[in-house]
Design a protein around this ligand. Structure first.
Ligand code: COA
Ligand code: ZN
Length: 298
């Protein structure tokens, strides 16, 4: 694919990056971090998830945070939704874009969402169209799409089945997540053409984690097969709290640096982004305390 194509970076730090940090980041600080990201040119931000506050206390302030950040022109904020209650909370707050997360394996879905994949899909079939009626945009996210930590590879038909349900309720954007960083460039180069062939109208993004540097190679592979929205986290924070060996997310600053070198512009100013990264580190520390550690830190 031509190198001039636009690259959209979806910053997921405020959601995925923060969700397993032990120490609560005050809501105003979260808003300040988001402002620094916006100042650097970030225009697409997954700011929180509307999950049960007891499951992820760090994100209990999703609604309050939205009030502080929502009036920034030109910025799209997306919230992650796990279930009906989460959807209600997001729509009540006036969130304009939600992404409903479904895990590609029952094991993952039960661990993350306390229901089977089919139960999640049933819920989406039943209430997914509420999003559009509320004037918001429905997106879908498939966790463990590039592999489950216990079960390994996921058949592509399973991904098709989930995307079909997202499409039924009006999604045009679907995120394929390598939730624990076990994808490879080879896998990505194989998967996206298959997805594009089955669903030519879907706009794909890839959500990348990073184990020992492979995340950045995976990002490049995805971009080379036409994926123009890449999800990453400032300072490389992140990791699913329920995966046994989570890697952090791919670092936004590393992606911007790489694509700058390739002449592909994301609209993000690297110097300002580094300031945002330093600001994040001044709040959470260089090696923040997480609920679970990275394999390489053992
Ligand atoms: N937000 C707030 N409260 C919620 C909620 C949500 N999204 N979902 C459920 N609840 C409340 C219900 O209202 C109910 O409250 P009540 O006891 O006062 O009536 C209670 O929690 C139990 O509801 P239930 O539907 O049985 O939820 P659950 O206990 O099965 O939990 C999830 C389901 C999805 C909320 C929980 O699994 C979760 O938050 N998981 C986090 C997943 C995640 O973020 N993973 C990382 C990214 S993949
Ligand atoms: Zn993730």
């Amino acid at each position: 694919m031509a190198k001039e194509q636009n690259l959209t970076i979806l910053e997921v730090g405020p959601r995925d990056g923060f969700q397993n940090l032990v120490e609560f980041i005050p809501t105003e600080k979260k808003a300040q971090i988001i402002q620094k990201l916006v100042d650097a040119g970030v225009r697409y931000i997954e700011f929180a998830s509307f999950v049960h506050p007891k499951w992820i206390p760090q994100l209990a302030d999703a609604a309050e945070l939205y009030s502080l950040i929502k009036d920034r022109p030109g910025v799209t904020y997306r919230a992650l939704i796990p279930n009906e209650k989460g959807l209600e909370r997001a729509l009540e707050k006036g969130v304009k874009e939600v992404t409903w997360v479904v895990c590609a394996t029952d094991r993952g879905n039960l661990a993350n969402l306390n229901m089977t994949t089919e139960q999640s899909l049933e819920m989406i079939r039943r209430i997914g169209t509420r999003v559009k009626r509320a004037g918001a945009k429905f997106c879908g996210s498939i966790a463990y799409a590039l592999g489950d930590p216990i079960e390994g590879d996921v058949p592509i038909e399973k991904i098709f089945e989930i995307v079909r349900v997202f499409r039924q309720v009006g999604a045009t954007d679907v995120s394929i997540a390598d939730s624990i960083g076990i994808a490879s460039p080879l896998k990505i180069r194989k998967m996206f053409p298959e997805l594009a062939n089955e669903f030519p109208d879907v706009r794909w993004s890839i959500h990348l984690h990073n184990i020992l540097g492979l995340g950045i190679a995976n990002a490049l592979a995805a971009w080379e097969v036409g994926v123009t929205t890449l999800e990453s986290s400032i300072a490389g924070l992140g990791g699913c709290p329920y995966a046994p060996y989570p890697g952090g997310n791919v670092a936004t600053e590393e992606l911007v640096y790489l694509f700058n070198k390739l002449g592909v512009h994301s609209g993000i100013n690297l110097d300002k982004l580094m300031e945002a990264r330093d600001f994040v580190r001044s709040i959470v520390g260089e090696k923040p305390k997480k609920q679970v550690g990275h394999p390489e830190e053992k």
